[in-house]
Ligand binder design. Sequence first.
Ligand code: ADP
Length: 326
Amino acid sequence: MSRPQPQKLEGEDFLDLTLRPRSWDNFVGQDRTKQNVRIIIDAAKQRKEAPEHLLLYGNPGLGKTSMAHLIAQEIGADIRITSGPAIERAGDLAAILTNLTEGGILFIDECHRLNRVIEEFIYPAMEDFKLNLILGKGPMARTMELALPRFTLIGATTRLAAVSSPLRSRFGAVLGLNFYDIADIEKILARSAQILNIKAEPDGLAVIAKASRFTPRTANHLLKRVRDFAQVKANGIITKEIAKTALAELEIDEAGLTASDKRLMNALIDKFCGGPAGLQALAAAIAEEEDTILDVYEPYLMRLGFISRTPKGRVATPLAFSHLKK
Ligand code: ADP
């Protein structure tokens, strides 16, 4: 069963591809993680080996895939992209692994959703570059060992805690991507506007940056929506006023809260008297997937200081009460 992809909206694959940073200089922010990645790459280059397996974690749209592409580019390796839920059978994994080139990169998105049987096959592949396949069934079954090219696995996850510990321990490094600061999002927006040939005033971009959930993918998505608005309702130039009006039309408030965030906050405040409320109860109250709450709404609301997590459940903070004028 395929679950909804939080925060990847229609047309975004195209946007992601067009605006993906093509060099480290274009990969804005995340300095500590970039530095760690560089050390791992340089050390591997010096040893003339493939870099260690890397696990990248962070919310959707923060740059995990972009970073994997840059690593591949930097070491001149081929990169194959797949995701945890896409690898259903051992045969799928065997087909992917045996087709890798020597020194190539395998990027597995949503690593926390790999099925546990597949994980068992991945361990020897990661450790010894071997795949133990079982051929046949019952008493006639036999195992066959396949030698694999030396490869680097880059795993990505939005939920580090949900990656099994045996899998996690097989990565040489586990690196996190954080929410961006507004100045970095403004830089990303300025580059995107240039690439997409969008005329925008810095004040206009600043308004979009503030509503971007500190997330590059969301920022780029909003830029495109505001551009459409500017084109239809004004002279095509994104000014502060145009950006504000466009965001209001999109039901995004000045703190970047969407109608869905507000629905969640209002439920927590009105139906649960501000909390504590359990995730399941909250998800049922707003008819939303628990995963979407965990991956999309909650991290941002926590970062804004509107929700706090207690052992008894989620609680709305006084800041949330005052923002929502309760
Ligand atoms: P993730 O894999 O974490 O969901 P992506 O790497 O697909 O995120 O990033 C989504 C888009 O956001 C990219 O295509 C790119 O346009 C933009 N982006 C992400 N991180 C950065 C960054 N550090 N600098 C510039 N743009 C970025």
